[in-house]
Design a protein around this ligand. Structure first.
Ligand code: SF4
Length: 483
C-alpha cells in the first residue's frame, strides 16, 4: 500500500486542521479527507494521517496437496493508480510450475462500461429500443431479443456523462448494484416493470418467472412431433415470434400427418411456421392472448372434419388447452387425454429455470493500460496474442476482437461486491493482468515496481477469498504457455 503524506506543513490552528486532511488522488475527484473519515466514494479513508484503501486487499487462495495454499492477488481492495502513468497498485511476481510470472492488479475506473442483461422469459417486456428507467431516470434500453430471452443494455457512457447529473448518478448506482448482484427495479417505457438480479429468476409485472421456454413454436413442434403423433390430429404451439402448426410443419409431414385445415391469423413464413399471430404480451407464449382460439381464423371445410382433435399449447407448457371440432367445425373444449397431458408436462420438464444473467463490459482506458506498461498498445497486442490472461476479481473474461481492450465478464463469477463507484460518475471494477515475467518485460512493463508475492501479502491489510468453483485458477489459464 502506498503511503501518502499528510498535506501541507504545520501552521496556525486553522491551517493545521486543514493539514490533518489527506489528499486522495486515486481519481479525478481529489477528495481532501479529514482524519477518521472516508472520501466521497467511501473507498479511501484517512487513517492516522495516511490515505488508506478502506477495504482489505482480497487474496484468492486454493489448497494445494502437501504444500502451502496458492495465493492470487486480485484487484479487489488493491486501489487505483491515478493519474494514469503511475504503476498499478500491485505488480506482483510469483513462480508457477517453474515459470516466473507477474500479475499486475488494479481497481479500474470505467467511464466506458455497461451491463448486458439476459432475462429468460417469453413475456413481452417492452418494444425494442424502448428506454429502461430506474427511479424515473433513463439508464438503458431494450435491445435485440435472443432465443427465449429478453435483453437489456444498461448504463454506459451516454447515460453516465451525456445526460443530467441525476441521470448519471442513477445510472452509476444502478450499475454498481446490478454488478454486485443486488435486486434492482426497472421500468420500461411502454412495457413491463421488472425486478432483475444476477443469478435469480426475473420478476415481470410482479410475477416471478419460473421457466425458460424449450424452444420457439416451430422448434417445439420439431422436438415433440413424434410424441404427439397418433394422439392428436393437430397441435398449435403458440409463440409470439414463430407459432408452429404440426400437420403443416415439416415434422408432421414427415410423420405422414394429413392437413387439418386450420387457418391462423398472422403471416405464414414457411409451411407450419407463422409470424405475428397476435401482439406481444404476457399471455400465451409471449403473446397478448388469454384465449388461444383467438388466433384461429377458422377451419377449411375441404380438409377439416368433425371430431378433429386439437391441442393448443405454449412454448413453456405453462398454458395448454384441448379441443374437439363439433359438427359445425367449431372447436369445443374437452378434457385433455392423459397421453397428451404427459407430453405437455414434458415440455415443462424440458424448460430450464428462468434466470437473469448479468455481464459487465468495460473498456480499459488510461490508468488501466498505463498502470501496466509504458506502451499501452503492446499490452493490447499481448492480450490479443493470448500472452496475457485478463481476469476480473479472478473471474475469466472475454476480450472483444478488434481494437482496444474491451473486456466482458459474468458478474456471477466475480467475488461478492466487486464493484464500486466514484462520483465522477464512473464504475470501479477489479482487474488483473497475469503473464510471464519475460513477456511483461517485453511489453515495457513497470519492472521497477514489481514486488514479490510475499511482500504484497505482508504489506497489505488483507482477506482471503475463494474464487467461484467454476473459475480456472487465474495463473494456470490456457493462455499461459507451459514450458
Ligand atoms: S472519490 Fe474516492 S477515489 Fe476519488 S478522490 Fe475521493 S476518495 Fe479518492
Amino acid at each position: 500500500m502506498a503511503e501518502v503524506p499528510t498535506v501541507g506543513p504545520p501552521g496556525p490552528p486553522a491551517q493545521r486542521a486543514a493539514a490533518e486532511k489527506v489528499l486522495c488522488d486515486a481519481c479525478p475527484v481529489l477528495c481532501h479527507i479529514a482524519p477518521g473519515r472516508t472520501g466521497a466514494c467511501d473507498r479511501y479513508g484517512n487513517i492516522n494521517g495516511v490515505l488508506t484503501r478502506a477495504e482489505p486487499l482480497a487474496l484468492a487462495h486454493r489448497p494445494v496437496e502437501n504444500a502451502e495454499p496458492e495465493l492470487f492477488v486480485t484487484g479487489l481492495g488493491a486501489g487505483t493508480n491515478y493519474p494514469d502513468y503511475k504503476p498499478a497498485p500491485f505488480i506482483v511476481s510469483s513462480r508457477h510450475q517453474g515459470v516466473d510470472m507477474v500479475t499486475a492488479v488494479t481497481e479500474g475506473i470505467f467511464s466506458y462500461c455497461s451491463f448486458k442483461v439476459k432475462i429468460d422469459t417469453d413475456r413481452y417486456i417492452g418494444p425494442e429500443q424502448a428506454n429502461v428507467r430506474h427511479r424515473g431516470e433513463t439508464i438503458g434500453h431494450v435491445t435485440t431479443a435472443e432465443y427465449g430471452s429478453q435483453m437489456l443494455s444498461l448504463g454506459g457512457v451516454h447515460h453516465l456523462t451525456g445526460g443530467s447529473r441525476k441521470e448519471g448518478r442513477e445510472a452509476c448506482d444502478l450499475m454498481a448494484a446490478l454488478g454486485n448482484r443486488y435486486a434492482v427495479e426497472l421500468e420500461i417505457d411502454g412495457g413491463a416493470a421488472l425486478v432483475v438480479q444476477a443469478g435469480q429468476a426475473p420478476i415481470v409485472n410482479g410475477v416471478r418467472e419460473t421457466r425458460m421456454r424449450v424452444g420457439c413454436g416451430s422448434a417445439t413442434i420439431g422436438i415433440f412431433a413424434k410424441q404427439w403423433h397418433g394422439q392428436v390430429d393437430e397441435v398449435i404451439v403458440v409463440d409470439d415470434q414463430i407459432t408452429g402448426v404440426l400437420s403443416e410443419h415439416q415434422a408432421g409431414r414427415f410423420l405422414g400427418m394429413v392437413p387439418s385445415g386450420v387457418e391462423l391469423k398472422g403471416r405464414r413464413s414457411t409451411p407450419g411456421r407463422y409470424f405475428q399471430v397476435a401482439n406481444p404480451g404476457t399471455g400465451w407464449g409471449g403473446t397478448d392472448i388469454q384465449d388461444p382460439l383467438s388466433i384461429i381464423v377458422g377451419f377449411d371445410k375441404a380438409h377439416s372434419w368433425p371430431g378433429l382433435r386439437l391441442l393448443m399449447v405454449s412454448t413453456t407448457g405453462e398454458h395448454s388447452s384441448y379441443f374437439v371440432l363439433d359438427e359445425a367445425l367449431r372447436p369445443q373444449s374437452a378434457p385433455m387425454p392423459p397421453a397428451l397431458q404427459r407430453v405437455v408436462e414434458r415440455i415443462a420438464e424440458n424448460c430450464e429455470p428462468a434466470l437473469c444473467s448479468v455481464l459487465f463490459i468495460g473498456g480499459a482506458g488510461g490508468s488501466l493500460r498505463a498502470g501496466i506498461t509504458e506502451s499501452p498498445v503492446r499490452l493490447t497486442n499481448s492480450i490479443k496474442d493470448a500472452l496475457v490472461n485478463v481476469t476480473c476479481g479472478g473471474a475469466p473474461t472475454y476480450i472483444w476482437p478488434g481494437g482496444g481492450i474491451t473486456v466482458m465478464v459474468d458478474v456471477a463469477r466475480m467475488p461478492a461486491n466487486s464493484f464500486g463507484t466514484v462520483p465522477t460518475p464512473a464504475i470501479v471494477a477489479p482487474m488483473e493482468f497475469t503473464m510471464r515475467l519475460s513477456d511483461y518485460a517485453a511489453l515495457g512493463g513497470h519492472m521497477d515496481a514489481i514486488i514479490p508475492l510475499s511482500e504484497a501479502v505482508s504489506r497489505a491489510s488483507k482477506r482471503l477469498i475463494e474464487l467461484h468453483p467454476e473459475n480456472p485458477w487465474p495463473i494456470v489459464g490456457p493462455k499461459v504457455p507451459s514450458e
